[in-house]
Write a protein that binds this ligand. Structure first.
Ligand code: PEP
Ligand code: MN
Length: 339
């Protein structure tokens, strides 16, 4: 951290800032000239709220040098993190994972049809929401724990892994029992009590980017889970809120590159919630592969016209199969293998 005092800061004001930083066990390196007072602050600055330093009169500008996230940062862990599941499937490195399934688990027959189709096309991860974060309280809210049990049953029949969204820490035991990868939805990315609870989970976490979250806020959310004890975090770009309304959200494709620079954690893309239109999913998935994403999570429904949620963005199995062919063709060009 570098602090530049205002030109007319008094000796007393400067001393107060110095004393405060020293009380936090930080070392001060004075690099002032005759005209300006500037000092570098060395040590563990995570204890200091850098915006809070502006509360000291005389402080002109505070510049952070290090990122506020540590465990999630590539500066502290240079190699890509690869997350391994009990069946040997790996996410990260040169692997490209494809997770697919309905937005919501609706019933056993629906789930079985979709799981069978996506597995046959090459997806080894079954997605499906049992607890749904709906904008309207009158919309379908999901099957709850019965939905998780169905996911487990059908995924086991198809030899697939399960990813599903958890909305409340109260449900952690259910998720530990039935799910392989716990999804935290965009709306809960900054639910810090939930993030702390996930620190105690034995399962990897799929952390979606918040609706309007900056990349730093997203990585700080990952840092929470990691700081509380669970370092197995996979990030998921799912589009952000912008002024544009033609698509449901705006897929921030460059966020994959930003995150790869800043962090060692794997990052996948959800083109379904980004675009909100099934017609765009194939091309956005290929774009995700091209920018170096570690995979995609895609909504698929055999009868999207009658889906309980997100039918407009759900691929029919045949379209999903065609997309998988395109991904299979393109993956080697980008040094990835499909898992
Ligand atoms: C979902 O995956 O079904 C979902 C609700 O996603 P998001 O949290 O990205 O909106
Ligand atoms: Mn959905």
């Amino acid at each position: 951290m570098i602090i530049r005092m205002k030109d007319f800061a008094t000796k007393d004001e400067i001393q107060k800032v110095v004393n405060y930083l020293k009380s936090k066990n930080l070392e001060i390196k004075d690099v002032s000239s005759d005209k300006v007072t500037i000092f570098g602050v060395i040590g563990d600055t995570t204890q200091v709220d850098y915006h809070g330093l502006y509360a000291f009169s005389g402080v002109g500008q505070v510049t952070r040098v290090m990122t506020p996230f540590k465990k999630a940062s590539r500066a502290f862990h240079e190699a890509d993190t690869v997350i391994e599941f009990p069946n040997g499937l790996k996410i990260g490195g040169d692997n490209f994972v494809v997770m697919a399934g309905p937005c919501s688990v609706e019933n056993e027959e629906q789930l079985r049809i979709i799981a069978h189709e996506v597995k046959a096309s090459g997806s080894n991860f079954l997605r499906g929401g049992a607890y749904k974060p709906r904008t309207s309280p009158y919309s379908y809210q999901g099957m709850g724990v019965e939905g998780l049990k169905l996911l487990r049953k059908v995924a086991d029949e198809e030899n697939m892994l399960v990813v599903s969204e958890m909305m409340s820490a109260d449900a952690l035991d259910e998720f530990e029992a039935y799910v392989d990868l716990i999804q935290i939805g965009a709306r809960n990315m900054q639910n810090y009590d939930l993030l702390k609870a996930l620190g105690k989970s034995t399962k990897p976490i799929l952390l979606k980017r918040g609706l309007s979250a900056t990349i730093e806020e997203w990585l700080m959310a990952a840092e929470y889970i990691m700081a509380y004890g669970n370092e197995r975090v996979i990030l998921c770009e799912r589009g952000i809120r912008t002024f544009e309304t033609y698509t449901r959200n705006t897929l921030d494709i460059s966020s994959v590159l930003s995150v790869k620079e800043l962090s060692h954690l794997p990052v996948i893309v959800d083109p379904s919630h980004a675009a909100g239109k099934w017609q765009m999913i194939d091309k956005l998935s290929l774009a995700s592969l091209a920018v170096g994403a570690d995979g995609i999570i895609v909504e698929v429904h055999h009868d999207p016209e009658h889906a309980m949620s997100d039918g407009a963005q759900s691929l029919k199995p045949k379209k999903f199969d065609e997309m998988m062919d395109h991904i299979r063709t393109a993956a080697p060009v980008f040094g990835k293998k499909i898992v």
